[in-house]
Design a protein around this ligand. Sequence first.
Ligand code: MCA
Ligand code: AMP
Length: 514
Amino acid sequence: MSEINANLFAALRHAFPTDLDAIAIETDSQLNYSWRDLERATAMLANLLVSLDLPAGARIAVQVEKSVEALMLYLATLRAGYVFLPLNTAYQSAEIEYFIDNAEPSVVVCSGKNFGWVSQIAFKAGTGHVFTLNEDRTGTLLQRAALCSDKHDVASKKADDLAAILYTSGTTGRSKGAMLTHENLLSNAQVLKTYWGWRPGDVLVHVLPIFHVHGLFVAVHGALLNGSKMIWMGRFDPKKVIEKLPQATVFMGVPTLYVRMLTEPGLTREAVRNMRLFIAGSAPLLVETFSAWQERTGHTILERYGMSETVMLTSNPYDPNQGERRGGTVGFPLPGVSLRVCDDSGQPMPRNEIGGIQVKGPNVFKGYWRMPEKTREEFTDDGYFKTGDVGKIDERGYVTIVGRSKDLIISGGYNVYPAEIEGYINELPDVAESAVVGVPHPDFGEVGVAVVVSKAGSAVQGDQILATLKAKLANFKIPKKCYVVEDLPRNTMGKVQKNLLRQQYQSLFSGSAA
Ligand code: MCA
Ligand code: AMP
């Protein structure tokens, strides 16, 4: 008996509607892509990858602006059976160098404007092929793919084969590649299809970047597995989204997007009349945003919780028979996900008590790329993954996240690791030491503030430090303020007391002085 092909692309393609000439993706630059276009273009790109004679499990690293062609490249990578490695477009050379050295991709695809420095890094690291792909459908990748056949047999994959590697950091600040398999991604997408009630006729407004779990997996797989059309926007513009909502039924966003849409007078009950579901995640949604949205639109945002290592873990219910959507909670563990809250010794905690969140399920990743030690540390003996999030489960089963044991700032849905930023600041010649902490921010939810002690005799200013950082790091990682101080507060063990700094700068962006 022949084995079923577990390739995620095979399942997504199977869900294409029978009418392949129907519109699959409509873009904000008035381009329409049919399902047939998706089928043909992914075949051509897959054939291009196959023609390169790459080793099994080859990584295809991609740092390009959002476009439908970039999405096709992701799908083609799955289709050809290789491993997709998406990279945030904000990353600069030192960041890209680390990822490329660590992942050793066989192929790198970058924007034409970055070809000079990206190709230099890639070729030095032994990458065999560097292509360009631009937002306007130009670049060497498409030129080469245009010469390839538009027929391609989907590569045969086992459930446990790698589909993607997503880099994510930990307490050390050095990024680790989370290895996600075809089964991790497909099982999660199938669960969400049912749990969120995807139905015929659904249309998704897609506004998120496609280099993270939220935009690339949750949103894209949701729509494709339902054969649903996507209204595709290169970047988030609240006015444009609101204009499109009457033609849509599903929207997904990080909390900042909801905060920004609420500032638009055009967000009315009339504008959302055809909408079925608004989903939020990637960062805590403030109860005040949840309530303001409900009041303005009549819709109750469904908040869910996930991670790069696990895809989606919990969700507030879609079906009212399963319970109401409760603001401030992330809902119930998804079907198939086991979630428990444990104390420091690993003992499960009673209901309503706070502890570390641990999870298990078919969605949980295979481990960190080439870091077996780190992988072992993050799993318990009985196979639960330690999320680093701190929370509780109430008597009705709703999970609430109350904090994080990992030193992490989530800013506008992007993760910023203080240890990484401190590392860069401490390398500056004028700096003795530094601490970066997250403080509340009305737009981004949370942002970083740097507190720096300068070397004796130095007159360095906070703004100078930030300007230097800007030249080295992705822009969203730059602390929004930098203070030069005499000393950092320390406890008797000599450890910097970040909680005191957080308290001190708590109100920096909320009006009242720190
Ligand atoms: C932009 N800036 C930011 C951020 N974004 N600063 C802090 N945090 C941010 N998130 C800064 C830029 O550095 C720039 O500063 C200034 O704001 C304006 O930049 P611009 O590019 O115009 O900003 P924007 O286009 O308005 O972007 C804001 C955004 C974007 C739309 C909220 O950050 C975004 O798309 N966030 C979504 C991220 C996401 O998809 N996360 C999902 C991860 P300057 O002018 O000084 O240079 S997946 C995940 O977390 C898990 C698995 C899950 O559960 O989903
Ligand atoms: P990432 O490493 O980018 O995958 O980010 C995952 C982290 O985002 C999780 O460990 C949580 O700390 C956070 N996160 C995701 N969704 C939510 C949510 N709905 N509420 C609070 N935190 C969230």
